[in-house]
Design a protein around this ligand. Structure first.
Ligand SMILES: Nc1nc2c(ncn2[C@@H]2O[C@@H]3COP(=O)(O)O[C@H]4[C@@H](O)[C@H](n5cnc6c(=O)[nH]c(N)nc65)O[C@@H]4COP(=O)(O)O[C@H]3[C@H]2O)c(=O)[nH]1
Length: 535
């Protein structure tokens, strides 16, 4: 499948993913939000139920305190009062008195009516406490309806009890849970469970019901609120209804933005590919002057892109797009192809330098060394010195591996230069670590030259450093006789810039080399840069 087609396919995938992203995110967020809302409602419902159960417990213990005044009074005497008290107070099924484990008096049955365990249809709990309460399945009189019993035992083995009818609690839970489909239950002291709903419901679509458990700080009461999966889904669906239109708008927006971004992205990569095929790229060469041998010692290759309508695209623009869109390696290979063709007819002596820029990505590429060696083989008969111009950024990543590759290429006669020195992130330690031959001082430092005798501290420091490290130094962007004279005076061996020569196409360069390439450059004569050349 051609590369271009593959990119387009991926483009659709990108757009679809961008469209799905807000939807998927929305579905997840609404699910979390629905659970959160349900949890808040569960907490509130459990709190209300606990408060009600505590209120009933307060009433029961108040009742038992009231009963205390009847202690030691015969049942016949207080039976009626008990009946009235029990009936007039809300919640109570029956109240009464105990003697040991026997019921000595009851508001429901009057005098002595069996044992406590018979009335509550189960043995009393062994709590070791004088006060206790317990939820029970039913009482002897009303066996099918749960209740809560509260007992106070006195040291003389007499005691009091009150039974709260579970129906109150069941009605309360039912009223609270019905509208939202909750199932609620509560227990006193780990006794029988009093609940409102039908019990457990099955999970739906792997969504489990939401459980919430709370206990009272004042009494041994625990409550349980269960929201079945169906209710969770309902609440999720409601959240989705609100969110989905918004998500759909976001989705469309993101798809449009992604499509636009991709179109621009793809179009640069596509355009570069097409331009390579249609030979829209050419190479211009800018001569480099040696102050030692006083003539042209080499040239730097600079790529040019001319559209069919004659418009030129600036190299810094297309190079940065090629770098960001993964096209810099093919483009550099193309450059080497074009150079190899051009260089065949150059009228130069062995040892002439030919430099070109390399992007960081190419240095990391597994075929980097192979690419350079292939180029070297193609121009071997010209016996030129190939100079690889790297930016400081190239050395930051994978430094050890890059250094090894560069050393290998140096062993085949290639030179390594750092381009635009002083503008990147180069640490001075790199100068020692990497196998460098040249430093190319950035134009910015050259521009700072004001007079032949005036110091230019940073520039002077870089030049001194190069000398100390025995690196060749090249001044870039030299535009005036003053800059040229300054650099030559301070021992800068190589000069590149409009003052000497502008970049020019292959034909013009060959003519230039034959006519001017061997001539020395004077710093005394006012030397107007050639302004008419395209580039
Ligand atoms: N003002 C001024 N400018 C001068 C003077 N002398 C040379 N220049 C310009 O300075 C740039 C030098 O190239 P660079 O620093 O490698 O900077 C290059 C390099 O980073 C990149 N580039 C150009 N061709 C290639 C290429 O084939 N491959 C790669 N990777 N990058 C390239 O694009 C940048 C710009 O290239 P160009 O526009 O050709 O710009 C060139 C050149 O035309 C001067 O005296 N004054």
């Amino acid at each position: 499948m051609p590369l271009q087609k593959r990119h387009r396919d991926f483009g659709w995938l990108f757009i679809v993913c961008a469209g799905l992203f807000p939807l998927v995110l929305g579905i997840l967020c609404t699910a979390i939000e629905a659970r959160h809302t349900v949890r808040q409602q569960q907490i509130a419902a459990a709190g209300t139920l606990l408060a009600q159960a505590e209120k009933m417990s307060d009433s029961a213990w108040d009742m038992i305190t009231t009963l205390r005044q009847y202690q030691h009074r015969p049942c016949a005497e207080i039976e009626e009062t008990l009946q009235r008290t029990g009936t007039l107070n809300a919640y109570f099924r029956s109240i009464g008195m105990l003697q040991g484990d026997r019921i000595s008096c009851s508001s429901a049955y009057g005098l002595g009516h069996g044992r406590l365990s018979e009335m509550m249809m189960q043995p009393p709990p062994v709590t070791g406490k004088a006060w206790w309460s317990l939820s029970i399945r039913g009482t002897l009189g009303v066996p099918a309806r749960p209740a809560v019993i509260f007992v106070r035992q006195l040291p003389d083995s007499s005691g009091f009890w009150a039974v709260i009818d579970g129906q109150y609690l069941m009605d309360f839970m039912h009223a609270m849970g019905e509208s939202r489909g909750y199932q609620m239950s509560l227990q006193f002291n780990g006794g029988a469970i009093i609940h409102s709903g039908p019990g457990e419901q099955p999970a739906q679509l792997y969504i489990k019901s939401a459980e919430y458990h709370a206990t009272s700080a004042r009494y041994p009461i625990s409550v349980h609120v269960t929201v079945p999966a169906s209710e969770l889904i309902k609440s999720w669906r409601q959240a989705l209804l609100i969110f989905l239109p918004m998500a759909a708008i976001f989705s469309i927006l993101l798809m449009v933005l992604t499509a636009n971004w991709l179109r621009r992205r793809l179009s640069w990569a596509d355009e570069i590919r097409r331009a390579m095929r249609n030979r829209q790229f050419t190479v211009h060469y800018q001569p480099v002057y040696s102050t030692e041998i006083e003539r042209c010692k080499g040239a730097e290759a600079l790529m040019r892109w001319q559209l069919p309508n004659g418009e030129m695209i600036r190299p810094d623009i297309f190079i940065s797009h090629a770098e960001s869109e993964g096209m810099i390696v093919p483009l550099t290979r193309h450059l080497l192809e074009l150079m190899a063709e051009d260089l065949q007819s150059w009228p130069v002596e062995p040892g002439f330098h030919i430099g070109f820029n390399l992007a960081a990505e190419h240095l990391q590429h597994p075929d980097f060394v192979q690419d350079m060696m292939r180029f070297a083989r193609r121009i071997r008969h010209k016996q030129m010195v190939i100079t690889l111009e790297l930016t400081e950024r190239s050395l930051i990543e994978d430094g050890e591996l890059v250094a090894r590759k560069l050393r290998h290429l140096q062993s085949h006669g290639m030179k390594v230069a750092i381009d635009d020195f002083g503008t990147g992130h180069c640490s001075l330690s790199y100068l020692l670590t990497f196998p460098l031959d040249y430093l190319k001082i950035d134009r910015g430092f050259i521009n700072a030259i004001e007079g032949l005798e005036t110091e230019t501290p940073v520039l002077d420091t870089i030049i001194t450093l190069c000398h100390k490290l025995q690196l060749d130094v090249l001044g870039e962007g030299v535009e005036t006789a003053l800059q040229f004279a300054y650099l030559r005076q301070r021992g800068v061996g190589l000069i590149q810039g409009y003052y000497y020569a502008r970049p020019m196409d292959n034909d013009r360069l060959q003519a230039w080399l034959s006519e001017q390439g061997r001539q020395p450059l004077s710093a005394e004569v006012t030397h107007e840069p050639e302004l008419h050349h395209p580039g």
